[in-house]
Design a protein around this ligand. Structure first.
Ligand code: ATP
Ligand code: MG
Length: 223
């Protein structure tokens, strides 16, 4: 099994959509299914699920040592035959010691693990330490970005270096795949166009259930 983290340098890049799609594809293909870990809070909605009201990662992180790592198994939700979801919870994603424990627990999972880390860069350079530990510790750390110089500049200032880029392309941009690879210094592992079928599936909450065929093909090499 492998651990994959998805993160962005600017909001609205397509990170949640890519994370949900990779988890869905991994779930179908891996013997043990996939676990999607949401640190950014949008995964349930992107999967057409109701707003979660139980404890999530933030509560587990805040609980400290009295709550063991295997309690994670009790707060996850099986959302389809192949995919389980660990929701973000309601509090802040804080607690650096527990972050390492979380990474170890996810690393010893028999399932493929996909983490939506949200934004991992900011204008001031300050980012969630927990998210940074998870991004740096995953087998694959995917920067999801538009071919936008401001996003790429922020990504370079992030404390985490990605292992690959998922490039969400749109018409009219001056930067192409080659320029993006040159700027960030890591390969583009998938190019995903902005496409109405994807936006509609997200809005209808059907992305995980009925993924647009094109989207599956574009993402195939990402993870
Ligand atoms: N390939 C795509 N084609 C069309 N629309 C897309 C695509 N990817 C994402 N979107 C749309 O773009 C918007 C932002 O996507 P998403 O929420 O995944 O970004 P994000 O990086 O997770 O944002 P945030 O920083 O808020 O977490 C959503 O409306 C989504 O439906
Ligand atoms: Mg998101």
């Amino acid at each position: 099994m492998t651990t994959v983290s998805c993160w962005s340098a600017k909001g609205g890049s397509g990170t949640t959509v890519v994370a949900v799609a990779i988890a869905t594809l991994r779930g179908r293909e891996s013997e043990h299914g996939a676990l999607l870990v949401d640190l950014a809070g949008d995964c349930p909605s992107a999967m057409g699920l109701p707003e979660p009201n139980g404890p999530g990662i933030s509560e587990w992180l805040a609980a400290g040592d009295q709550v063991p790592a295997d309690a994670l198994g009790r707060i996850e939700q099986q959302v389809s035959e192949q995919v389980a979801l660990l929701t973000s919870g309601r509090g802040a994603i804080e607690g650096i010691d527990r972050a390492r424990e979380l990474l170890d627990a996810l690393g010893s999972e028999p399932r493929d693990v996909v983490i939506d880390l949200g934004r991992l860069a900011s204008a001031t350079g300050v980012v969630s330490e927990v998210a940074a530990v998870l991004a740096a510790g995953c087998d694959q750390s995917l920067l999801v970005t538009r071919p936008c110089f401001l996003s790429l500049r922020r990504a370079l200032a992030s404390p985490v270096r990605p292992t690959g880029i998922v490039l969400v392309t749109e018409e009219g941009r001056a930067l192409g795949r080659r320029e993006v690879e040159d700027i960030v210094g890591v390969p583009v592992v998938a190019e995903v166009p902005i496409d109405a079928s994807v936006a509609r599936a997200v809005d209808a909450g059907t992305l995980a259930m009925r993924m647009p065929r094109g989207f599956e093909r574009w993402l195939r090499h990402a993870a």
